[in-house]
Design a protein around this ligand. Structure first.
Ligand code: SF4
Length: 379
């Protein structure tokens, strides 16, 4: 039995989230939204796997046109991920059931406009179209105002979410939930626990972002979800895995399996050294992926770096140039994909963009150099 949850119940159309409602399992289309047939196939694949809600990324008016067609041909409950261009909300709203905005992206456009006005706009759109909202904060894109105010990253995440809740509360809107994601499951647990202490009433969407390739991606997700679900935290969840598009149903199956295990009191433990050694994080892919070779690249990076598993280093592999630079900030080596080239950085130093055929050799060169520097420092 899962412990009772203190969150209030909100609705995404007929789907209840929070309170005593069943914990919903959701996922996101990894295909380019404008490739309508591929995205519809992806939506159906996720529905067939048991998804309660399917999210789609929208960045442009052309994406909105594609969304219109997808909506007309699918009965799935659809959520949309708004990025920098939050003003697309009013175009997107007639075709979806839920909007997710990231407080860390609102400052990119209309820089002089107060954040409260931008939130009021989103709430007005949601209210007019009877949509639910998700405040989705992410460690890779914390709004600068909150990073400056809270030097501790988890504090910045938690207070960014709580402050946005307060802004929405002030507008008398209650159909919203919150997600606080990080690629480190320990941070996900800590941040969500801290947030729930401040706002036990707000439904939580759980996720470990950029969990990466199975099996590690599944283990990281399980670590976070077990801890949170067992505390009565989590009203909907999404498992993010870097897998081929046709295998995306695995995200839903994994989410349901973790839920069933926690409900039955079956917990998996990990050895104390699980978090030591080479850590590869990778995004799950979405419409913004610019070259489908990204999934293969993430798999190749894992295979190539097997010889370095005992070294405490993080390599991040991201699918696009929109979020790649920010999401690789905490890694020792970061890669993010463009249409023909892959960008590489060491710490914060950008090293350049390399063709797909050359990036693995360049990555190995940098990895060997980092290992050598650490060996010298130790001796
Ligand atoms: S890094 Fe880019 S491609 Fe990957 S999930 Fe995030 S937005 Fe999508």
């Amino acid at each position: 039995m899962l412990p009772p949850r203190k969150s209030r119940t909100i609705h995404v159309r007929h789907l209840a989230l929070g309170g005593s409602a069943p914990i919903a399992v959701q996922s996101m289309a990894a295909t380019r939204t404008q490739d309508v047939e591929a995205t519809l196939r992806q939506v159906r694949l996720l529905e067939d796997a048991g998804a309660d809600l399917v999210r789609i990324a929208i960045d442009s008016k052309a994406d909105v046109e594609a969304l219109r067609t997808i909506r007309a041909r699918s009965k799935a409950l659809l959520a949309v991920d708004l990025q920098e261009n939050y003003r697309l909300a009013e175009l997107v709203a007639p075709h979806v059931d839920k909007l997710r905005y990231n407080p860390g992206h609102l400052h990119h456009h209309e820089k002089a406009k107060p954040v409260e006005e931008k939130v009021a706009y989103l709430v007005e759109v949601a209210r007019r179209h009877q949509l639910a909202l998700r405040i989705g904060v992410n460690a890779g894109s914390i709004a600068p105002a909150w990073s400056e105010r809270y030097p501790d990253e988890l504090d910045a995440l938690v207070h960014s979410a709580a402050d946005h809740c307060a802004m929405i509360d002030a507008l008398g809107f209650s159909d919203y939930c919150v997600s606080i994601k990080d690629s480190d499951p320990r941070h996900v647990v800590e941040a969500n626990v801290r947030f729930a202490e401040l706002r036990p009433d707000v439904p939580l969407h759980l996720g470990v972002t950029e969990a990466g390739l199975p099996p590690d991606g599944i283990i990281k997700t399980r670590i976070a979800f077990e801890q949170l679900l067992a505390r009565g935290l989590g009203d909907t969840l999404r498992v993010s895995l870097t897998v081929p598009f046709d295998d995306k149903g695995l995200e839903i199956e994994t989410g349901r399996a973790i839920l069933a295990d926690v409900e039955a009191g079956r917990f998996r433990s990990v050895p104390p050294n699980f978090f030591q050694g080479l850590n590869i994080i990778a995004c799950p892919s979405c419409s913004r992926v610019e070259n489908e070779k990204f999934i293969e690249l993430a798999q190749d990076v894992k295979a190539l770096t097997r010889y370095a598993t005992e070294h405490d280093l993080t390599i991040a592999v991201m699918g696009c140039r929109v979020n790649g630079p920010g999401e690789t900030d905490d890694a020792d080596l970061g890669l993010w994909c463009g249409p023909t080239h892959v960008n590489l950085k060491r710490g914060s130093a950008e090293l350049g963009a390399y063709p797909y055929a050359e990036i693995l050799a360049r990555l190995k060169h940098e990895l060997d150099a980092l290992i050598a520097v650490r060996a010298t420092a130790r001796s």
